[in-house]
Design a protein around this ligand. Structure first.
Ligand SMILES: Nc1ncnc2c1ncn2[C@@H]1O[C@H](COP(=O)(O)OP(=O)(O)OP(=O)(O)O)[C@@H](O)[C@H]1O
Ligand SMILES: [Mg+2]
Length: 292
């Protein structure tokens, strides 16, 4: 371990031994609430005193900056050209979270040559060491970029909603993660749950059970129920006004759900952290890029 590396570790505010917890939010189907969930979870974790870096890895479509009404000063393209550091690209979000906005102009990680990929990974790793959490918002589906960032993460949160197509698409994604990428465990967040004939909690559990029954039967991967977020007009209103839900309506049903989700994530992921954080992230990315 070099001195500068150790120095960075000591800078970590509340992190355990400088380990950055890397969690990607992903989904099979688009529009199920990844970006809303990852942004709100990031802010909720920050409220718990954690330092959080949010990476918008939905490369083609800028999402997080639009949702929060913040304007990127520069793009990852500038970093790749050597004209900016990643710190200069990072923008501040609510509650002191830091955001790496989507790389406009970079259509796919796979379009970058291996030197550019390496530059990007190193740059992300460099800055991420300073944070307790690196949360990654991926695009939907099973594209190479999605898998790239999911495989790089220590924890994967698959966001679903109660619609059947969301579950079949989640199954397809989990299948690829399991069979092609050797993932052993995925957490499931059930979003946009309405209390109809039964309480939302039970409805969410049933949605999870439907998915986990199929997964248990056909795939060798553990599915964990992370929790649920109710369907909430406050969330839609916050998106419309390009402000953070957690700032505007922290006591709304979805705001409270994200606050408790963040506490759960923090409690659980503390215990789960057996293997390292960022070092693993970096190695994974290197292995993946050398394979393809
Ligand atoms: N809990 C919720 N309550 C009400 N509406 C919701 C909820 N979650 C998401 N939505 C609606 O779904 C829309 C899509 O959410 P979001 O952009 O977070 O999804 P996404 O999975 O990131 O989409 P994409 O795949 O396009 O990146 C929101 O604009 C909002 O209208
Ligand atoms: Mg999104």
């Amino acid at each position: 371990m070099t001195e500068s590396y150790r120095g960075r570790i000591e800078k970590t505010s509340t992190g355990m031994k400088g380990i950055t917890r890397v969690i990607s939010f992903t989904s099979g189907k688009g529009g199920v609430g990844k970006t809303s969930s990852v942004v709100s979870t990031a802010i909720a974790l920050a409220r718990e005193g954690k330092s959080v870096l949010l990476l918008d890895a939905d490369l083609g479509l800028a999402n997080i900056d639009v949702m929060l009404g913040v304007t990127p000063r520069a793009t990852i393209h500038d970093v790749l050209r050597g004209e900016k550091t990643l710190e200069e690209v990072m923008i501040n979000g609510p509650e002191g979270i830091s955001i790496i906005p989507a790389a406009s102009g970079v259509e796919s990680i796979c379009n970058l040559d291996s030197e550019q990929q390496l530059t990007l990974m190193r740059a992300i790793e460099e800055v991420a060491y300073q944070f307790d959490y690196l949360l990654i918002d991926t695009a939907a589906g099973i594209g190479t970029d999605v898998m790239f960032f999911n495989s790089a993460s220590r924890e994967i949160v698959c966001v679903v909603n109660p619609e059947p197509t969301s579950l079949t698409d989640a199954y397809a994604l989990i299948k690829v993660l399991s069979t092609q990428y050797g993932e052993k465990s995925v957490s499931v967040l059930v979003n946009n749950v309405r209390a109809n004939s039964m309480p939302a909690e039970r409805e969410a559990q049933m949605v999870f059970n439907r998915l986990s029954t199929a997964v248990e039967r056909f795939l060798h991967i553990e599915l964990k129920y992370l929790g649920f977020v109710p369907s909430d007009p406050s969330l839609i209103e916050a998106i419309r006004s390009q402000r953070a839900l957690m700032e505007l309506y922290p006591s709304s049903p979805s705001g409270l759900a994200f606050a408790s989700l963040a506490r759960k994530i923090d409690a659980e992921f503390h215990e789960l952290r057996v293997k390292g954080g960022m070092q693993f992230f970096f190695q994974q990315l290197l292995e993946m890029s050398s394979h393809g």
